[in-house]
Design a protein around this ligand. Structure first.
Ligand code: ATP
Length: 363
């Protein structure tokens, strides 16, 4: 468990949070520019002097009530930023070794090979850092942070400086960290696709305060969190849920696989990691879900799921509906339809409908 009760006052900004975060998995800190994500991360690291209390498990890093403040270099944490500074005069292996020397005994005992393997940098060890691509540099920066045997990994927009292909190259490594490491990761980003792909938990910040915090799937399924469901004004409509599912059937002839989860199944195109029995994470955007009152006949849409409307939020042009698949308590889905259709069908919470799912992205 990570506990962070922190307050900090700047001229035009106040941070005021009280968080209890899970001691494993990836917790994403998400919110608009200037909401205080970096400030919170730095305050947890002790790089920013906020008032309050910070504890990781039974180790207390800061407790103002007891006059306790462990300086950053004594906290077992790794910190990776957008453009992490590596030592240009050293090769990759020298950079990793430097990080370890700085850290304590635990780091000296840690075998480096698994870290090197995890980030796929074995072939880079003798390279000068100046010759690395942006994506390779970030992998080395993450490896250097892990080489210090941290008990908490803080990542501040680690992909923000990379272009789309570099980002795509490094994301699988971050997924491996999420899956294979026991240590908790706090991950700052303003990219919802990274959140959907990597996070287990989510903290939404707005103006220095926590707007909502909880398990990822639960928060993404809510209709009342503007940071997640806002759209219009040219911003992409990224409202949508993630569903943890298992591959339960394969249709080789058509290149499709069927995902099973509480309350339903979905057919999706096969991809890497879709062998029978494998666990996958699927993202279904609200704009890819349409609704009918009666079971549709002769539709081209392959996924038609019975559902109950649980929540409904309308603005001028559109309505966003939360659905429970297979009845109340089932896996949640969001549907974005026009307000005109919503009124034409007289949709209300409690109604039985059929959700037609056009697109499912495997993350
Ligand atoms: N060193 C500083 N001195 C004064 N104000 C600062 C300082 N650093 C940040 N701020 C202000 O504090 C607020 C929170 O900044 P912070 O960098 O934590 O936000 P953020 O959510 O990480 O934003 P972004 O997504 O743009 O990086 C902002 O209003 C910012 O302008």
């Amino acid at each position: 468990m990570i506990e962070a009760r922190l307050r900090l006052q700047r001229r035009d900004f106040a941070l005021d949070v009280a968080l209890s975060l899970p001691g494993r998995g990836v917790t994403a800190l998400f919110g608009p520019s200037g909401c205080g994500k970096t400030t919170l991360l730095r305050a947890i690291a002790g790089l920013e002097r906020a008032a309050g209390r910070v504890a990781l498990g039974d180790e207390t890093w800061q407790d103002d009530a007891r006059g306790l403040f462990v300086p950053t270099h004594r906290r077992p944490l790794g910190y990776v930023i957008q453009e992490s500074a590596l030592f240009a005069h050293l090769d990759v292996s020298g950079n990793l070794a430097y990080g370890r020397r700085r850290a304590g005994e635990a780091a000296q005992r840690l075998a480096l090979e698994p870290v090197i393997e995890l980030l796929g940098i074995g072939g880079l060890m003798r390279r000068r850092v100046g010759t690395l691509s942006g994506g390779e540099r970030q992998r080395v920066a993450i490896a250097r942070a892990l080489a210090t045997a941290p008990e908490l990994l803080l990542m501040d927009e680690p992909l923000a400086a990379l272009d789309a292909p570099r980002k795509a190259e490094i994301l699988p490594y971050l997924e491996r960290l999420q899956r294979e490491l026991a240590l908790p990761i706090l991950y700052v980003t303003h990219a919802l696709d990274e959140v959907a792909r990597l996070a287990d938990h989510l903290v939404l910040l707005e103006h220095g305060r926590v707007q909502a915090a909880g398990p990822l799937a639960e928060l993404l399924a809510r209709t009342d969190l503007p940071a997640l469901v806002r759209h219009g004004g040219g911003a992409p409509d990224e409202a949508g849920v993630v569903i943890e599912a298992e591959v339960i059937e394969r249709d080789e002839a058509y290149g499709l696989v069927r995902l099973g989860f509480g309350g339903g199944t979905l057919w999706v195109g096969e991809g890497p990691g879709t062998g029978l029995g494998q666990r996958v994470r699927a993202r279904v955007l609200a704009r890819d879900v349409s609704l009918t009152r009666q079971a549709p006949r002769e539709t081209s849409i392959i996924n038609v799921l019975p559902a109950v409307i649980e929540q409904l939020q309308a603005d001028r042009g559109t309505a966003l509906l939360q659905l429970a698949l297979g009845g109340r308590g089932g896996t949640r889905l969001l549907a974005r339809i026009t307000r005109k259709s919503c009124e034409a069908l007289a949709l209300q919470p409690g109604d039985q409908v059929f959700a037609q799912v056009k697109g499912v992205a495997l993350m």
